[in-house]
Design a protein around this ligand. Structure first.
Ligand SMILES: Cc1cc2nc3c(=O)[nH]c(=O)nc-3n(C[C@H](O)[C@H](O)[C@H](O)COP(=O)(O)OP(=O)(O)OC[C@H]3O[C@@H](n4cnc5c(N)ncnc54)[C@H](O)[C@@H]3O)c2cc1C
Length: 503
């Protein structure tokens, strides 16, 4: 009997472990809800709710193919051990996972257990991330090869061994798992159907102005693909998204209309980001320590001693007194998503204006991002905090972001009701309203809406000074060269991944 161990790959199509296992005989498809995952600070009840939706749909899908999804709650390899006693198995099939320290340690325990039992564990890549990669040269070519390989259709039937006597296990829910209910009523829906619908609607309609729509939180909600959650939970494979994008590009090939031109620009921008996904996860795969430590080790000690709980609490609740920062944080807490530029601004504000170390702020965001993907997340959090040593400093002005990306206050007024009646001209800096006006619009600063927590200009001037003192040392320069060699994109500087144009 072959066990297919599902992790962040809850789908039927383009699933190599499932296909390989089905080709070799009887299959048991297994998902284990691990207490270690539930307990880690990155996990929010909204992640659990999303997982439940994905498992429910997958179970239905497997049953239609004559199979079953067996669900267990327990630590690993203990849950394997118990199952093996019930139904001895001969081989384990799964995708490779680049997760955090907890999943890495668990995979090592599973590998050890499999060796001790004489059970071969067949692992297959599911993205462009390469295990045991020597250096970055040639990485893009390997990404292309993987992504251009044909898609694997869902198996026509799953020769299942669940049969009588083997309890498939109930679908987990918050109450049986002992977690709180999700407090994100507006979160995206889990499952393959929702993921496929998002992919279709993006490539057929929503994505036309992607390149322009992605920066503003007013337009990004519909204008971005919103596929990050599906990719993080594996409802779609990266290859499925790449193939669908390529098909859309081919369909436009002979169309010379202005509309097709906009589509082409958007699809190019989108395609680049699909590569960035794997480029960033590769960093964590190659150097797992970046979850905890600065990429550039010479910057250790930069912020550690200055952590201020009061500042952190205000930022985490969306009460900094800067409308765009607060609106973004509140939108995130309610929905589990915010667009790239605004994520970068939230981190920039925490790391430069408030001088908070990125680990705690990054954990807070990880918990609230429904699409939390450790490799992208920690790389980006560090990049936006100035601790990679290889990226130009990008410090976002929270007031300029209002003028550039929400000039009429559509987004801000929705998420910060206290600012609903503030006139457009004062939305970026409501504290500049004369006291009479503050009273007239029902937004007295310090009473209805917080006084700015810091002075942006002064705070970032101080941050630049501190950071450049660290970055100038010979040790920091040596470290930057090492980071570049190990992780840097081999593209020309202007085309390097992951940075939004001018903050
Ligand atoms: C501080 C910070 C933390 C982030 N944490 C995460 C995270 O935990 N999980 C996550 O998926 N993305 C993360 N991102 C990257 C990016 O913001 C999200 O991928 C994107 O906003 C998701 O929305 P979308 O699917 O509509 O993206 P789209 O703009 O439609 O992009 C399509 C896909 O490309 C990939 N992608 C897009 N932008 C980036 C990027 N800058 N770097 C790497 N891959 C990218 C994602 O897989 C995304 O789903 C983070 C960015 C920042 C600045």
């Amino acid at each position: 009997m072959n066990v297919v161990w599902l992790k962040r790959d809850l789908r039927l199509a383009d699933h190599r472990p499932l296909v390989e296992a089905c080709a070799r005989g009887q299959v048991l498809v297994l998902y284990v809800v691990e207490p270690d995952w539930l307990a880690q600070p990155e996990t929010d009840p909204s992640h659990v709710a999303f997982l439940e939706q994905g498992l429910a749909e997958l179970r239905e899908g497997l049953r239609r193919l004559g199979g079953e999804l067996v669900i267990r709650v327990g630590s690993l390899p203990g849950a394997f051990e118990a199952l093996h006693r019930e139904r001895p198995f001969t081989a384990l099939f799964s995708h490779e996972e680049t997760g955090n320290e907890v999943t890495y340690a668990r995979d090592k325990r599973v590998a050890h257990w499999c060796r001790a039992q004489g059970i071969p564990w067949h692992e297959f890549p599911q993205t462009g991330v390469v295990r045991r990669l020597g250096g970055r040269d040639g990485w893009s070519r390997r990404w292309e090869e993987r992504m251009r390989a044909p898609l694997l259709p869902a198996p026509g039937a799953v020769p299942s061994v669940h049969g009588p006597g083997l309890d498939p296990g109930p679908l987990p829910d918050e109450s049986t798992l002992g977690v709180a209910r999700s407090s994100k009523p507006d979160a995206q829906q889990g499952g393959m159907r929702a993921a496929e619908a998002a992919l279709d609607s993006f490539l057929s309609a929503r994505g036309q102005d992607y390149a322009r729509a992605m920066s503003s939180p007013v337009t990004a909600w519909d204008g971005c693909s919103r596929l990050s959650v599906a990719l993080a939970h594996g409802h779609l494979s990266m290859r499925q998204v790449v193939h669908a994008t390529e098909a859309r590009r081919r369909a436009l090939a002979d169309d010379r209309s202005a509309e097709a031109g906009r589509w082409r620009t958007s699809l190019r921008a989108f395609d680049a980001r699909l590569r960035w996904h794997c480029h960033f996860v590769q960093k964590l795969e190659s150097e797992p320590e970046i979850e905890f430590r600065n990429f550039n080790r010479a910057l250790d000690g930069l912020r550690e001693a200055d952590f201020r709980e009061d500042r952190f609490a205000a930022w985490a609740r969306g009460e900094t007194g800067y409308p765009m920062v607060d609106a973004c944080m509140r939108a995130l807490l309610q929905t589990g998503w915010i667009n790239f530029r605004m994520r970068a601004m939230l981190v920039s504000f925490a790391s430069y204006d408030l001088w908070l170390h990125w680990r705690r702020t990054g954990l807070h965001l990880a918990r609230h991002f429904l699409d939390f993907e450790a490799g992208i997340h920690w790389s980006q959090v560090q990049m936006q905090s100035g601790t990679t040593g290889i990226n130009t400093l990008r410090i976002y002005s929270p007031t300029k972001q209002v003028l550039d990306h929400d000039p009429h206050g559509t987004f801000i007024r929705r998420w910060v009701p206290a600012l609903a009646r503030v006139p457009e001209g004062f939305l970026a800096e409501p504290w500049a309203m004369p006291p009479l006006l503050q009273r007239a619009v029902g937004c007295v600063i310090g009473q209805d809406y917080p006084t700015p927590i810091v002075d942006h200009k002064a705070a970032v001037a101080e941050a630049r000074k501190r950071l450049s003192a660290f970055r100038r040392t010979p040790e920091a320069k040596r470290e930057s060269a090492r980071v570049m060699q190990q992780h840097g994109s081999r593209k020309r500087p202007g085309r390097r991944p992951g940075m939004a144009p001018r903050p």
